[in-house]
Design a protein around this ligand. Structure first.
Ligand code: XMP
Length: 517
């Protein structure tokens, strides 16, 4: 793989995706990995990410300088560029000059291998305080800006390159070109990573892991578990049994979609378990979001364990136990839960952090190295219905983390109705492609005064949280047309009992997360 060394900014995942978009497989490693750790992964290229620190700060994330002696083509970005400069004898200085946002960069000559084929002047996205004051010996300066004389450098001999700007963000005009030049020209890598290869590779892996064993899959109704199960089904056929838990935290119509559409398109064997009461009991009195997430994750697994016992008993004739459990865990879940890098645990995703320690299944996670858009591409390749593959993300803990306050049957009913209206109107307005997802949140612990007919009401607010995003790592609130918002608001306040106010969340991520809990 190409290894992306994570210096603690959220940019590492974006870089990893851009590398894959260029047709080369990439993985993220923490900056604390030693040169030996890194060499052990047989990297064909290394990219050092940006980071929030100054190389001079105490405790600034460092890198084993031995990485630069591995002979592996390496590209440093922003902070990674400065780390490279410092390690190789260049000079990094705090000049007091900061550059943020769009900046004009001017190439030196033809820009060398890294910037080849790009206009002499281009817009790049900057975000830095320190700067490289002097390139290391033997390195050519490839570009500069007014404030930053050394904005890119490279040594063709050592195949080491760096840019001060962020080529991974869309605001940088020729960003993807920089990454492609590095991968294809400097490192000589072919663009041969695609969904067809991923399917073939995962099918082999699944067969190797599972052998003749039986596999249980947790279908959630979302695209991740649907694609994971379809992959496993392709690998081991009827050794797979899918279990769909109706935990009562689903949206309107979701159970039907799984029980009918999905089964029809895949041919998988499906057992539905009605665990609505069990989840309500477990969540009774709980208001803390992290606790809710842990409980829901735990109950999920417990429910599957019970299902397993039943299924095994049922299959007592051949007595083969179910040893494996499929989960649709994605790469961002792994990274955000601290499993892939040294980055902070922001929320415990129920696929990862919420697992109980006495888990009795071995996990099969065929999507563990993939990003969402890659999963969709694989789903399409596997022939799943577009309506499932194109589904907007919905968190495993479901409506349980969209009720701020205690989860009760009544409140779920209210939220389900409001959510169905919002989804219906967004679809009708043709906005499904424009938004990444639109959580609808019930502020169950908040009441406000309203008036309806001649009477005073004292009801709950519903929050609309439409967001646009590429990967859910960062997001912006979607500027929905006012008339659509008005229609959703009118309908919800008229049709849903107990709701007398609809409000719009206008917060980006960061600082807000997409979900409210
Ligand atoms: P946040 O709220 O962290 O959400 O900005 C990022 C994306 O992840 C989804 N999400 C989850 N998905 N299990 C999941 O499978 C979870 O526990 C979970 N929590 C959040 C969220 O809907 C958004 O798409």
């Amino acid at each position: 793989p190409v290894l992306v060394v994570d210096f603690g900014a959220q940019y590492a995942q974006l870089i990893a995706r851009r590398v894959r978009e260029a047709g080369v497989y990439s993985e993220i490693v923490p900056h604390t990995a030693s040169a030996a750790d890194i060499a052990a992964k047989n990297p064909v290229g290394i990219i050092l990410s940006g980071g929030p620190s100054s190389v001079y700060e105490d405790g600034a994330p460092a890198l084993d300088a031995g990485v630069f002696d591995l002979g592996v083509p390496t590209l440093g970005i922003c902070y990674g560029f400065q780390v490279m400069a410092q390690a190789l004898g260049g000079e990094v200085a705090n000049t007091g000059v900061r550059e943020y946002g769009a900046t004009d960069a001017v190439l030196t000559g033809d820009g060398g291998v890294l910037l080849a084929g790009q206009p002499a002047e281009q817009k790049v996205w900057m975000s830095h305080g320190d700067q490289v004051a002097e390139a290391p010996e033997g390195f050519a300066v490839l570009a500069s800006t007014t404030a930053t004389p050394v904005a890119a450098f490279g040594s063709d001999e050592r195949r080491l390159y760096g840019v001060q700007w962020h080529p991974e963000v869309k605001h940088t005009d020729y960003g993807q070109r920089v990454i492609e030049n590095f991968l294809h020209s400097a490192a000589g890598l072919a663009a041969d990573w695609n969904s067809g290869n991923v399917i073939a590779e995962q099918v082999d892996r699944i067969r190797a892991q599972v052998g003749e064993g039986r596999v249980l899959c947790a279908l959630s109704g979302g695209v991740d578990s649907a694609v994971a199960a379809a992959l496993v089904h392709r690998a081991v056929g009827d050794q797979l049994v899918c279990v769909f838990v109706d935990h009562g935290l689903l949206r309107k119509g979701e159970r039907d979609q799984v029980e009918n559409d999905y089964v029809a398109s895949t041919g998988v064997r499906l057992v539905t378990i009605d665990a609505r009461q069990r989840f309500l009991d477990a969540l009774a009195g709980v208001r803390d979001p992290e606790q809710k997430r842990k409980i829901i994750g735990r109950e999920f697994i417990r429910t599957f364990e019970a299902a397993e016992r039943d299924l095994v008993a049922e299959a007592a004739a051949d007595g083969e136990p179910i040893r494996f459990l499929v989960q649709g865990t994605l790469y961002p879940d792994v990274v955000e839960s601290g499993g892939g890098t040294g980055t902070a645990n922001i929320k415990s995703h129920h696929n990862v952090g919420g697992l109980p320690e006495d888990l009795q299944f071995e996990l099969v996670e065929p999507l563990r190295t993939l990003f969402k858009d890659e999963v969709r591409a694989i789903g399409r390749e596997l022939g799943l219905p577009a309506e499932i593959v194109g589904r907007q993300p919905f968190p495993g803990p479901g409506l349980g983390i969209r009720i701020v306050g205690e989860v009760t049957a009544d409140r779920l009913e209210i939220l389900r109705d409001a959510d169905a209206i919002a989804r219906e109107e967004l679809t009708r307005a043709g906005l499904d492609q424009e938004i990444w997802q639109c959580p609808v949140v019930l502020l169950a612990d908040v009441r406000s005064v309203g008036v309806q007919g001649d009477g005073r009401t004292y009801g709950h607010p519903i929050v609309l949280r439409p967001v646009s995003s590429e990967d859910a790592m960062t997001a912006d609130w979607t500027r929905l047309p006012y008339d659509v918002l008005a229609r959703i608001s009118n309908r919800i306040t008229n049709e849903v009992r107990e709701v007398n106010r609809v409000v719009l969340d206008v917060t980006s991520k960061p600082p807000g997360t997409i979900e409210w809990e």
